[in-house]
Design a protein around this ligand. Structure first.
Ligand code: G
Ligand code: G
Ligand code: MN
Ligand code: NA
Length: 252
């Protein structure tokens, strides 16, 4: 069982690591950025974020974990972001972290510390965040957007897919949940829904990202439908930040 103390210790002892998954453009396969994903190895086993993020949320550690995640990600990525002006790096923000006071200041000061321009950072939020205090969330996202930080709606289509919040929130990126991508070549309903999501995002001037692309056929369908960017095992699995960034250094 994961407790507050074991997770807190893990953060202090540097048992958590930042993994990055590259994101590529569909039209020319150019690298456009990466998503930061936390990984925890306790010396014996890998403990997946699906297990420890909820613990962090429930035990009051989400603030500390978020701060760790933002700072560690920016520390790793800063040189590559500076050398490659078009690239962006995306960080998952737990809904709970957004409702902690001071998240905007925290992000702003991390950007300053690591000398990363706000437009090189995107925050990913799931739709479940919108169930809570929508006005407060709207203010927070508005402030981040005003700084120039990108706002991505993550796992789109599986949660609380109301169109109401899209009217109110400054979305710059829509990430199609991988469940739609998984059977896009077999299920015409998935294909039609993905087509509709791409159209929706484009009408709102947002970039569309397909998640969980695992094969070339799915990629071909997404390209035909006009999806902008993609990520997934087909192209690259999440890997330790230094490994991924060293590879980018060679390409650039
Ligand atoms: O990488 P993986 O598929 O195991 O991630 C599982 C879930 O954990 C995803 O929903 C992902 O968004 C979330 N996650 C991964 N890293 C972080 C992080 O640093 N912060 C938050 N809040 N969520 C994360
Ligand atoms: O919820 P979020 O989208 O942040 O979670 C991303 C998760 O998806 C990460 O845990 C990552 O490891 C996982 N992931 C990335 N690419 C693929 C893929 O191609 N297939 C599957 N099944 N999972 C993937
Ligand atoms: Mn994500
Ligand atoms: Na997602």
């Amino acid at each position: 069982e994961i407790s507050h103390d074991t997770l807190h210790e893990a953060i202090l002892r540097n048992q958590l690591q930042v993994y990055l998954q590259p994101i590529h453009a569909l039209h020319d396969d150019a690298l456009v950025g990466f998503e930061s994903l936390a990984r925890w190895h306790d010396g014996m086993d890998w403990i997946p974020p699906d297990l420890f993020i909820p613990v962090a949320e429930q035990t009051g550690l989400i603030d500390e974990l978020t701060q760790w995640s933002i700072n560690t990600t920016l520390r790793h990525c800063a040189p590559v972001l500076a050398a490659n002006p078009g690239l962006t790096c995306s960080i998952n923000l737990s809904p709970r972290a957004i409702f902690e006071h001071g998240i905007v200041d925290q992000i702003e000061s991390s950007l300053k510390i690591w000398n990363v321009k706000p437009s090189a950072l995107t925050v990913e939020i799931t739709e479940t965040a919108f169930i809570e205090d929508a006005d407060f969330l709207s203010d927070v996202l508005g402030e981040l957007h005003a700084l120039g930080v990108g706002i991505a709606i993550d796992d789109y289509g599986t949660g609380f897919s109301s169109l109401g919040y899209l009217r109110q929130f400054p979305m710059t990126e829509l990430k199609i949940d991988r469940s739609f991508v998984l059977d896009i070549t077999q299920n015409t309903r998935s294909e039609q829904l993905v087509a509709a999501m791409i159209d929706l995002a484009h009408r709102l001037d947002a970039t569309v990202v397909a998640e969980g692309v695992e094969d070339a056929d799915s990629l071909a369908v997404l390209r035909r439908l006009g999806c902008d960017w993609y990520q997934g095992y087909y192209k690259a699995r999440p890997a330790p930040a230094d490994d991924v960034l060293a590879g980018i250094g060679e390409q650039a």
